[in-house]
Write a protein that binds this ligand. Sequence first.
Ligand code: GLN
Length: 486
Amino acid sequence: MVSIRKLHQQLVDKERSAVEIATETLERIEVLEQKIRSFLHVTPERALEQAKLVDEKIAANQEIGLLEGIPIGIKDNMCTQGIRTTCGSKILANFVPPYESTVTGKLQQAGAIMVGKTNLDEFAMGSSTENSAYQMTANPWDLSRVPGGSSGGSAAAVAASQCTVALGSDTGGSIRQPASFCGVFGMKPTYGLVSRYGLVAYASSLDQIGPFSRNVEDAGILLGAIAGYDKKDSTSLKIEIPDYTKNLKPDFKSRRKLRIGVIQETFGPGLDEVVQEKVQQAIAQLQELGAEIQEISCPRFSYGLPVYYIIAPSEASANLARYDGVKYGVRYPGDNLGEMYSKTRAAGFGEEVKRRIMLGTYTLSAGYYDAYYLKAQKVRTLIKQDFESAFEKVDVLVCPTSPGTAFKAGEKTGDPLSMYLSDLMTIPVNLAGLPAASVPCGFDNQGLPIGIQLISNVLREDLLFQVAYAYEQSTNWHLKEPPLTV
Ligand code: GLN
């Protein structure tokens, strides 16, 4: 398995050049795209240009950072200056941002090589990447199945080694759920840890950018590079960013007791039997490594889903008002302004996006606001309080990432409610602004990956990485490769 450290060492030892690594990666993308379609656009010119700069530094015997020369995929809802950013929507088909998002700017500074922009559900709304207006992405473990979503392109690209690491965004599970479906590591940081400047807004109080990788340490390196205060994002936290790769140990025996809580409410009906079995085995493994396991109840956990489907569409209906054919993207002409607006929005947005705009407009309208939006905000506070009291008793919470494994393409497209259910276990985390990760913990009988979700208290990403690392090192799930032939 490739890793950032391995590639870095090869570069430093001059075994391979950055241009060679980039070229090989671009070739692999080209071959595999016929099957997987994880990229909306590949950016070979920018990649090779940047790789050359890294090679020049190496040739001049200058020190290079860990991310220099590392191929990375970027979800196509992060603005990249001069490079088309479509958000998986027809309405942004021709949008070329005049500015760079903070995260991609930081990665460019760090010398990472962006190889392309990855596919997603339109405006990050979905759980299967089937809502993309452009293409469907296949799950590298079984091409007839979805990669999860909305960051399905990034998850599939990392699983298929089309890039070493990738960025996704997570509003209700869009990093963790596809990570679990594709058998890779994915994490959503504490709300405010990573700047949202230049991330196309879906639901601003929930959106966070985070890493996908094949191993825990790589995600720690990537998060360290993108986290930090940004004055361009008013919700950005002013804190010191620790080194997330420090203190990664193979077990918990050398530290003060590590208490892990198992969220009882996530083990009810609706959970796949094999997912339950594998997650329980992973919990036993954590105990073996020295953790103390407790049962924890978060009584309002299951209210997360209905609360989310009021709050997220409400925010989305406000955020998406800006796509009117005037300020951004595509315009469909009409005889007057009103007609132009409605024609543009009718043709530019897909079905799911329209459904959410309607839902959100309804829940925010006079007469319904108190009954829906305000009530949902109150329940959101209760869900947060459940987590707060849980973290008085334990250090990390665990549960399945998703109730099932990757489903067949088309299986849930006609039934939005069953699609929404795949985020049942990830959504409460966003409502509470907490960090959480999905770690590969086995396969079902059809060879499809399963993930265990780890949740920690606000800004305790360090703990999350430590637990995930120890677990990962004691298993070999992350070393398994999808059955793809190039
Ligand atoms: N699947 C959820 C939704 O459709 C979450 C999406 C996300 O996290 N961006 O809204």
